[in-house]
Write a protein that binds this ligand. Structure first.
Ligand SMILES: C[S@@+](CC[C@H](N)C(=O)[O-])C[C@H]1O[C@@H](n2cnc3c(N)ncnc32)[C@H](O)[C@@H]1O
Length: 214
């Protein structure tokens, strides 16, 4: 993981990673693969936030949008525990194949539903209300995720989103922002202006949004 890229002071970021207890071999292998192949996983510092929030919310039904090789999905599924349902979504079938294998080895395959295709479409096609929705898809799609996900979260549940400070590009003047940056800026505006959410942005790694559904 290239810590220079993120918003936190690199030494502080390094310090935070240095304190973490070692992960199990499956997660360690996934972290190494992600680094080698440049797969943008949340990494263990943000994963622990995800894990802790799922436990505090006592979440049992979770919809993840943008799951890649399933690293964050494993943290979600372990936090939610036995009898939970975690929806994995990714548009890339090869990612889904690797993820399925990782879920088996991590011992959480039974609680994960693997959906391959557009995560927003998959959310439309999946019935029910969720305790947690975690958004990590293409950044230009974040505003659409906001509109689709908020009505699907129970009161007291959480909308979580990664990369909401987007390498600091959120401070660029609007006329130079690219589509992804505009997506993030609009998402942040939406969460803070919604009467249905109580949002906070944790300035960790690349910025992590935690929104309680009111
Ligand atoms: C940042 S990665 C996800 C990392 C994962 N959440 C983790 O931390 O382990 C984003 C993934 O979302 C997928 N993706 C992007 N937009 C998508 C969409 N609209 N529907 C489904 N998957 C999408 C990409 O294929 C990519 O694998």
């Amino acid at each position: 993981m290239d810590m220079q890229e993120f918003i936190t002071n690199p030494d502080v970021e390094q310090y935070m990673y240095s304190m973490l207890p070692p992960r199990d071999p499956v997660l360690q292998e996934m972290e190494a693969l992600a680094q080698k192949r440049n797969i943008p996983i949340i990494g263990p510092v943000v994963a622990r936030i995800l894990y802790q929030l799922v436990r505090l919310a006592k979440a049992k039904t979770i919809f993840e949008m943008g799951s890649a090789i399933g690293y964050s999905t494993i943290w979600l599924a372990r936090a939610a525990g036995e009898g939970s349902t975690v929806y994995y979504t990714d548009s890339d079938p090869e990612n889904a194949r690797m993820a399925a294998n990782n879920f088996e080895r991590a011992g959480v395959r039974d609680r994960i539903q693997i959906l391959t295709g557009d995560a927003l479409e998959m959310l439309d096609r999946t019935l029910g209300i969720f305790d947690v929705v975690f958004c990590d898809v293409e950044k230009q799609d974040y505003p659409r995720v906001f509109h689709k996900a908020v009505p699907r979260i129970r009161k007291g549940g959480l909308l979580l989103a990664d990369n909401v400070l987007w390498y600091g590009r959120i401070t660029q003047p609007p006329q130079v922002q690219d589509e992804a940056t505009r997506g993030i800026v609009e998402f942040n505006r939406l969460i803070y202006s919604s009467p249905e959410l109580y949002p906070c942005i944790l300035p960790v790694r690349d910025g992590f949004a935690v929104c309680e559904k009111l």
